[in-house]
Every structure is written in C-alpha cells, then in structure tokens.
Design a protein around this ligand. Structure first.
Ligand SMILES: [Zn+2]
Length: 321
C-alpha cells in the first residue's frame, strides 16, 4: 500500500478524525464536538476543515485517497445514509457519504461503528490470522460484530449484532429499550454503576437506580480489592461468559475479542467469563472457545474506517491486505 487514507469516528458527542499511513499507523488525529444540532452542512464543513489542516502534515503535499466513516446505527451502508441514530438527531436521514464525497472529492464509505471497529480488530488487531471471530464491545452499550470466513455479517438491514438487547433473563430488570433482562443490563458501564449502587443498598438494580460512581470508578475499586466492586464485575463476567456461550452455540465461532471501556477490567472480567462458558454450552463447543481482550482499544474504530476506505479504492495494491 502506498496511499494515505482517513478514518472518521462520528459519535453522539464527539467526532474523531485520523490520518492513516500506508503501513496502517495513525499518524495524526483530532477530536472535536459533534454539535449535530448545527445540521449536516456544518458537520461536513468542520470535518473537511479538520482534514485540510491535518493533511498539511503529510509528506510531499500528499492527500488522502479515501475517507472511511463510522457512526452509531442504524446506518444504511449501501447508500451511505444515517437513518435515525438516537444520539445524533441532527443527522437523521442524512446522506452523509454523498455530502462528504462531493465536498472532499474522494470515495467515502460509511458503516456502523461496532462493525467498523470489529473489522479493524479483525484485520489489524487481535483477529489477525483468524478465519472467523466475534468482536464484543462492552461500553455504554453492548454490541457485536460477527466476522464469518473473513466477511462481516450484516443481516438484511445492516442491523445484525444488536446483541446487547437480546434477553438473558426474561424476568430481569426493565431495560432502556423497553424489554427485560437484556444482555446490556448485566454488563454495560451504566448498569455496572446501577448494580453497584443497588447492591450497596441491598436492593435489586433498576433503570431508576441512582448511581454515584461510574463504571470506570467501580473497575478501579475492583482493582484495589473492594469486595462489592469485585462481586459486581465478577457477576458481569459470568453474564458475559453465558452470552459468549450462547453465541458460540448459535454461530459455531470460537474466537471472541472483547473491547469497549468495560473490557479495561481485563482478567477481572475475562476470568469469570472463561469459567462460565462451559456451564452454558456443549462440552465440545465450550472447550474450543477463546476469550481475549482487544489489542487496538479505541484505535479500532479509526483503523476499521481506514480498512473500509481502502476497500473503496480501485482494485490495485492500495486496496488492501
Ligand atoms: Zn434492551
């Protein structure tokens, strides 16, 4: 590969822009507030201005050959349109790929953020050399990206992977989506916070539980040996193990890469997950399952966008791999 590309991780609160070198290193990056209430034209202009400024750092007046973008779902990757992601109301039904491509004069593929991050991890991180894997992002929410035989599985409407709202316990806590006992209610950052606060009061956790500590603070307490924090994270890990077992039984994929902010708990989360998998799967399936942490962490999104950008280039050695 000889060309530079750009990756853009467009979220509800911030936009991160990165320039990615031919050897897949992120060589420059900027972050600014999304401010989607200013409308699509403002978002496009601010991204273009940021790219213009970053590109002055490239050697020999080089420009990026393509720009990959990821956003929260639902997003129509085929038409490059954001549909109605709840946290980005100002960009609902915006044909962002076309607007950016017209402004920048290069191809601009767009995809769902969990899928892009999973693709980054598959091609450049913990997934290198694997045939199939599931990337599980455990952060504010929970989502998965399924890579089967090297291909991302999208489903009919690009919404495959909304695993965070699959029910693990139909008598469980009511979730923000209106359903009950969703995977997310057992392990997302906000639910770790609710579970810790509820446990302190000896009550069951609910959507209304007021938490004073955030998920990351509870993780820090667990690392310091706080028994209640350890219990909450251990239980989240056990739930993760049951969820992974279900995915392994359903998909016959045995390699699971865990990313997102809650994955920073490391073995405090992974060890109970690994211990739990065999209890909820066939012996032959469970003993093949491997659970590892992400290697790219938050860089996975930008690198996945870079991979998408390279797929949009003409079929030359610059395209990929
Ligand atoms: Zn839910």
């Amino acid at each position: 590969m000889t060309v530079y590309v750009a990756g853009i991780d467009l979220g509800g609160t911030k936009i991160e822009v990165g320039l990615i070198a031919p050897d897949n290193r992120i060589v420059a990056r900027r972050r600014f507030p999304t401010e989607d209430h200013l409308g699509p034209a403002s978002v496009v202009e601010r991204i273009a201005a940021c790219l213009d400024e970053l590109q002055t750092q490239l050697p020999g007046g080089e420009r990026v050959a393509a720009v990959g973008v990821c956003t929260p779902g639902p997003v129509d990757h085929a038409s490059g349109t954001l549909i109605d992601p709840p946290n980005i109301p100002g960009l609902h039904h915006t044909p962002l790929a076309a607007l950016l491509s017209d402004r920048l004069g290069v191809p601009v593929p767009i995809d769902h953020d969990a899928k892009a991050t999973g693709l980054g991890e598959y091609h450049y991180g913990a997934g290198r050399g694997e045939r199939s894997m599931v990337y599980v992002i455990v952060g504010t929410g929970v989502g998965i990206a399924i890579v089967a035989d090297g291909q991302i599985y999208r489903g009919l409407h690009n919404s495959a992977g909304e695993f965070g709202h699959s029910t693990m316990d139909r008598f469980g806590a009511v979730c923000s989506c209106g359903s009950r006992g969703c995977v997310e209610t057992f392990m997302s950052g906000p639910w770790l916070a609710r579970r810790y606060a509820a446990a302190q009061r000896g009550e069951p956790p609910t959507l209304e539980t007021v938490a004073t500590l955030g998920g990351q603070e509870i993780a820090a307490l667990a690392h310091q040996g706080d028994p209640l924090a350890l219990r909450v994270i251990t239980e989240a890990g056990e739930a993760l193990g049951a969820a992974v077992a279900t995915l392994a039984m359903t998909l016959d994929i045995d390699y699971f890469v865990i990313g997102g902010s809650v994955a920073h708990c490391g073995d405090l989360l992974f060890a109970p997950a690994r211990r739990t998998v065999p209890h909820y799967s066939f012996k032959s399936v469970g003993e093949r399952v491997r659970i590892v942490g992400s290697q790219l962490d938050t860089d996975g999104a930008l690198l996945g966008c870079a991979w998408l950008a390279r797929q949009a280039l003409p079929m030359t050695k610059d395209r990929n791999l």
